[in-house]
Write a protein of this length. Structure first.
Length: 241
């Protein structure tokens, strides 16, 4: 069983004092579960709330030319602009990786840096070139449809993301989280996982990729199965949810 974990799920599961989620950790270590985390959570949500409006004023892109005379050019995120993961989150990530969790790649946002803590390619899901191409196409397709529904990255854009304009701090903070949620959903579908474990029902966020209408759309069109930690525990332990 392949499970994608939202940040509100995996960070609880791998909290150093947690006992309740021990069966999930055991199932991951025994490979009865395969667990996955979206890298977008680290690229977007790891930026502290108070810093998001300033950090996301513009894309942080790196343009380099090969000085050998061949005129080769490379373009990608300027990763040293990312402040790195908060210490508690970095510790939980190490515990998750030790239990067998692997990271799912997000959309190819050239101006969105990655923290140093996820720079090792070995912590990502391994793929053949063919599988990578097919997965990326699925991700592009579903991301476009999520955006067209006005959620995911579309809410970040609507809140003046990557703009120097003065932002509504609260609205912008939530828009960043919504962008990360849209990335998680697109990755979950693209990697063809079985369960998306989250506690996010968008009760206070208004229109969201996790609101009831969009959950219904995701289930009907892509077969997305949503479960909370308690529901996942019940399935692992073989008892009614």
């Amino acid at each position: 069983m392949r499970v994608s974990f939202d940040s509100n799920a995996w960070e609880k599961i791998f909290h150093s004092t947690d006992c309740k989620c021990a069966p999930i950790r055991g199932a991951l270590k025994a490979r009865r579960l395969e667990g996955f985390i979206s890298e977008a959570g680290f690229r977007i949500e790891a930026i502290r709330n108070r810093d998001r409006a300033d950090y996301f004023k513009q894309p942080h892109a790196d343009l380099q030319f090969d000085g050998s005379g061949t005129r080769k050019m490379s373009f990608g995120p300027l990763d040293d602009r990312h402040p790195g993961l908060p210490v508690p989150q970095a510790g939980k990530l190490q515990s998750a990786l030790a239990a067998g969790i692997r990271l799912m790649r997000g959309s190819n946002w050239m101006g969105l840096p990655s923290p140093q803590e996820i720079s090792d390619p070995m912590i990502f899901v391994p793929e053949t070139p063919e599988a990578k191409h097919e997965r990326e196409q699925r991700q592009l397709d579903v991301s476009a449809l999520i955006d067209a529904r006005g959620v995911g990255w579309a809410k970040f854009d609507a809140a003046d993301g990557w703009s120097v304009r003065i932002k509504d701090t609260h609205r912008f903070r939530e828009a960043c989280a919504e962008w990360a949620d849209g990335e998680l959903v697109a990755a979950h579908i693209a990697y063809q996982n079985d369960i998306l474990c989250t506690h996010d029902h968008a009760r206070r966020a208004g229109t969201s990729v996790f609101d009831p209408k969009n959950r219904s759309w995701l289930t009907s069109n892509y077969g997305v199965v949503f479960k909370t930690i308690d529901e996942l525990l019940a399935e692992i332990l073989g008892r009614p949810g």
